[in-house]
Design a protein around this ligand. Structure first.
Ligand SMILES: Cc1ncc(COP(=O)(O)O)c(C=O)c1O
Length: 415
C-alpha cells in the first residue's frame, strides 16, 4: 500500500506583494501613462509624495524618501548618519549581500557578526566585533520576523554606536507595538519583486531627524534641492552630491496602491502562520522554533525550525520529504550559493574594489582589519546548516497550514 503522506493538498507557489497587484495599481499606472505630464516624481501631489506621506503616518517616522531600491535606501541610511571612509559597520552574517554592499557604496567596511536562534544579530558577538573604527550596526529582520531589537540596541547604546534597521524583508513588522525601525536612527524598506509590498523595484529610507534626512536626501539625488525646495532648510548640513537613486513616479504610483494593501496582505499571512503554529507539537523532540523578537509583530511570511544537530536536521529533512514537504537547510554543502549568507558574498569577502585601489579595504583612511574567513562567524554557519524554513504566501490556505503542521509533527515523531 502507498505511504499515507501528510501533504494531500497541492502546495501552490506564490508571493505576497506581487500577488496582491490588481486593478488599483493598474488604474494608477494607466492614469500616469495616459497623462505623461504627471510622470514627474517631484510634483507636489505626485503618488511618490503621497506614498512618502502615508509611509510616515503609518510608521510614525518623520521623514520617508522613496528611492529606486532597498540597497539605495540603506545607502541613504548610512550617508544620513555621516558614515564613510575609515568606518566599520557591523552587519549580520545572515542578511542579503545588499546590506553589506550599501556600506561599500558610502566607503565604509562591512563587518559580519554572528546570529543567534532568532536568526538576527547575536548581541554577545556584536560586542566582540566592535573595534575603535566601528560606527554603526545594521540589524536585519529576516523573512518578516522581527529580531530581538532591545538586546541589540542595548549593546549599540553602551558603545555609542548608531543603529540602522534593515526592514527590507519585513515591511509591516512591528516590535512592541511600533513599526520595526522607527526607534533606530534610520531604517530601510525594499519593494522589490519578493517583498511584502512591491512595485517591481523600489525602496524607502526613513529617519526622524531633520539633518539626517537632508544628508540621506543629498545622497539620493545630485540636484534634488533644485527640484524639491525646502530640503535641508532649517538644517546646517552642507549640501553635497553623490548618487542617483531617484525613483520613477510609475513605481511610486504602484507602491502607493500597494501600501494600502499592506495590512490586508499581512493579516492573511499572519492568520496562516497562527494556524500553523497552533497545530504544531508544542514540545518537539528534534528542533526548536526560531526565536521571534515579538510574535505579535511577525509578518507571518515564514516559519523556521532549528534542528538540534546536523544529523537530526538530515533525518528531519528526509522524513519531511517522505510526507511530501520539501525543505532544505538554509546553509547546505555549497550546492546553492545563497547570497544571504556571508560566505557567499564573494564580491565583498575577496575585497575586490571597483578599481585596482580596492577601496574601501585599502583606503588609507581605513586602519582596521576585517575578518571574512568562515571562522569569523562559525556559529552562524552552524545554525543555518540546521535551519529549515517554510515560506508562507497568499496562495496557501488554512488546509495547507494544517497539513504542513501534520507533516512536521509526523517527521519529528518518526525517529
Ligand atoms: C535583507 C535585505 N536587505 C536589502 C535588500 C536590498 O533590496 P533591493 O533588492 O530592493 O535593493 C534586500 C533585498 O532583497 C534584502 O532582502
Amino acid at each position: 500500500m502507498a505511504y499515507d503522506k501528510a501533504i494531500k493538498t497541492p502546495i501552490l507557489s506564490g508571493g505576497v506583494g506581487w500577488q496582491s497587484i490588481g486593478k488599483e495599481e493598474l488604474e494608477i499606472a494607466t492614469e500616469l501613462l495616459t497623462n505623461p505630464e504627471l510622470l514627474w516624481r517631484y510634483r507636489k501631489d505626485s503618488y511618490t509624495t503621497k506614498f512618502e506621506q502615508m509611509a510616515c503616518e503609518m510608521t510614525g517616522a518623520k521623514h520617508a524618501l522613496f528611492v529606486n531600491s532597498g540597497t539605495s535606501a540603506l545607502s541613504c541610511c548610512l550617508a544620513s548618519l555621516g558614515i564613510g571612509p575609515g568606518d566599520e559597520v557591523i552587519v549580520s552574517a545572515y542578511t542579503y549581500i545588499a546590506t553589506a554592499s550599501a556600506c561599500i557604496e558610502v566607503g565604509a567596511v562591512p563587518v559580519p557578526c554572528e546570529i543567534d536562534n532568532s536568526l538576527g544579530i547575536d548581541p554577545v558577538d556584536l560586542e566582540k566585533k566592535i573595534t575603535p573604527y566601528t560606527k554603526c550596526v545594521i540589524l536585519t529582520h529576516m523573512q518578516g520576523v522581527p529580531a530581538c531589537i532591545d538586546e541589540v540596541r542595548a549593546v549599540a547604546k553602551k558603545h555609542g554606536l548608531y543603529m540602522i534597521e534593515d526592514c527590507c524583508q519585513a515591511i509591516g513588522a512591528k516590535y512592541k507595538g511600533k513599526f520595526c525601525g522607527v526607534v533606530s536612527d534610520a531604517f530601510a524598506w525594499s519593494l522589490n519583486y519578493y517583498k511584502n509590498i512591491t512595485c517591481g523595484e523600489g525602496g524607502c529610507f526613513f529617519t526622524s531627524n531633520d539633518d539626517n534626512y537632508a544628508r540621506g536626501y543629498y545622497q539620493s539625488d545630485p540636484a534634488g534641492i533644485m527640484w524639491n525646495n525646502g530640503i535641508g532648510e532649517g538644517s546646517n548640513v552642507p549640501y553635497f552630491t553623490r548618487a542617483g537613486y531617484r525613483a520613477s513616479e510609475l513605481c511610486g504610483g504602484v507602491a502607493y496602491a500597494q501600501l494600502h494593501k499592506l495590512e490586508g496582505n499581512l493579516a492573511a499571512t499572519r492568520k496562516l502562520k497562527k494556524t500553523l503554529l497552533g497545530a504544531l507539537d508544542p514540545n518537539p523532540k528534534h528542533y526548536t522554533r526560531q526565536i521571534v523578537g515579538d510574535p505579535e509583530g511577525d509578518c507571518g511570511v515564514s516559519f523556521a525550525m532549528i534542528a538540534n544537530s546536523a544529523e537530526e536536521c538530515k533525518a528531519l529533512t528526509e522524513a519531511l520529504d517522505r510526507e511530501g514537504l520539501a525543505v532544505g537547510s538554509a546553509y547546505g554543502n555549497g550546492a546553492f550559493p545563497d547570497r544571504h549568507i556571508f560566505t557567499y558574498w564573494s564580491g565583498i569577502t575577496n575585497r575586490t574594489g571597483a578599481t585596482e585601489k580596492n577601496y574601501p579595504w585599502h583606503d588609507p583612511a581605513y586602519k582596521g582589519e576585517v575578518d571574512y574567513e568562515k571562522t569569523a562567524c562559525p556559529k552562524t554557519l552552524d545554525i543555518l546548516s540546521r535551519s529549515l524554513r517554510i515560506g508562507i504566501h497568499l496562495n496557501l490556505t488554512e488546509q495547507n497550514m494544517l497539513e504542513f503542521a501534520e507533516a512536521i509533527n509526523k517527521a519529528d515523531a518518526s525517529f
